[in-house]
Write a protein that binds this ligand. Structure first.
Ligand code: PBG
Length: 322
């Protein structure tokens, strides 16, 4: 008997490699984020996210149709309102940009699960995720605003709301408000484990939501913390979340791996704007093989244990996989 162990036997041909592959990426796993703007008269390119647009409602419907054609099942919407104020009133306005966009997608019968980001930072003139008292971001006072926004999205046709604000107790507050209004069937994808990350930079350009002063470290998580991720995820499960999201993705695969062991709900990774921008920038220089790097990155998130991935590459990847 040979003394050498031969793992290479399972790598010998492409057919064998296909046969024994442990992880698979599918269009079903991918969620496409879209920005929709109430001020744009035509789709606007986002310079820090080449290939991504601030859509008009009409161009959003077209892009969503193309996304559905590619085989993906879900999109998440981010709104850029025409008006911002200290309380973010355009967030829960029936004539707000997300509400209008949802109604247009429903009217066009686009066959997609519709998810909306729920946060105030895109709608407040100070760019913070909640109400302010001086420079303090108020927690409990912000919950009503977030809950009202979630209800208004449900009312306009959202299938899931995805709160990304990181206020304490918001999942409970949103669940209760949805139930009170008869939206027991509308789910919550909680950005439960959201780090205060520098990888969100391009998004804040795209959504015009950079904070006017300070940062988000009083509510988003410290990138140094691991145990805290378990606590945040457990709290949101207890408060009634239907799925748990980790964000960013690539720099936090250890967190995903750990949470997979304890969370039975669908686990979602958000491969954020900075991850997208880094790949696009290096690929534009010809320094990396763009398609291979995108696929390898997404595969690593699945291997770490997520069920679903929000990625700006979603539609394109789904077309590659066809
Ligand atoms: C809103 C929100 C942000 C992102 C998703 N929802 C920005 C932030 O928290 O500053 C970032 C997504 C990305 O970078 O792609 N709070």
């Amino acid at each position: 008997m040979s003394l050498i162990e031969r793992p290479r036997r399972l790598r010998r041909t492409a057919l064998i490699r296909d046969l024994v592959r442990e992880t698979h990426l599918s269009a079903d796993d991918l969620i496409q984020p879209f920005f929709v703007s109430q001020t744009a008269n035509e789709p606007e390119a986002i310079s820090s996210m080449p290939g991504q647009m601030r859509h008009t409602v009409a161009s959003l419907v077209e892009a969503a149709q193309a996304a559905a054609q590619s085989g993906i099942k879900a999109i998440i919407l981010f709104g850029i309102p025409h008006e911002k104020d200290p309380e973010g009133h355009s967030a829960d306005d029936d004539k707000g940009i997300i509400q209008i966009a949802l109604k247009a997608l429903k009217a066009a019968k686009v066959p997609l699960v519709l998810i909306t980001d729920v946060c105030l930072c895109e709608y407040t003139d100070h760019g913070h995720c909640g109400l302010l008292d001086g420079e303090e971001i108020l927690n409990d006072e912000s919950l009503d605003r977030l809950a009202a926004t979630a209800v208004s999205h449900a009312n306009a046709g959202a299938d899931f709301v995805a709160p990304s604000d990181m206020m304490d107790g918001r999942i409970h507050a949103i669940r209760e408000a949805l139930d009170d209004e008869g939206f027991e069937q509308i789910g919550i994808i909680s950005y439960a484990v959201k780090y205060a990350s520098a990888f969100y930079g391009p998004f804040r350009d795209a959504a015009e939501s950079a904070p006017a002063f300070g940062d988000r470290r009083s509510h988003q998580m410290d990138p140094a913390n691991r145990r805290e991720a378990h606590r945040e995820a457990q709290l949101d499960v207890e408060e009634g979340a239907d799925a748990i999201l980790v964000k960013p993705a690539l720099a936090y695969l250890d967190i995903i791996r750990e949470l997979r062991e304890e969370i039975e709900l669908p686990l979602v990774a958000y491969s954020v704007s900075g991850e997208y921008a880094m790949i696009e920038a290096a690929a534009a220089q010809g320094w990396i093989d763009r398609q291979a790097v995108v696929l390898e990155s997404l595969l690593s998130m699945k291997r770490a244990g997520v069920d679903l991935i929000m990625t700006y590459h979603a539609t394109e990847v789904a077309n590659w996989l066809r």
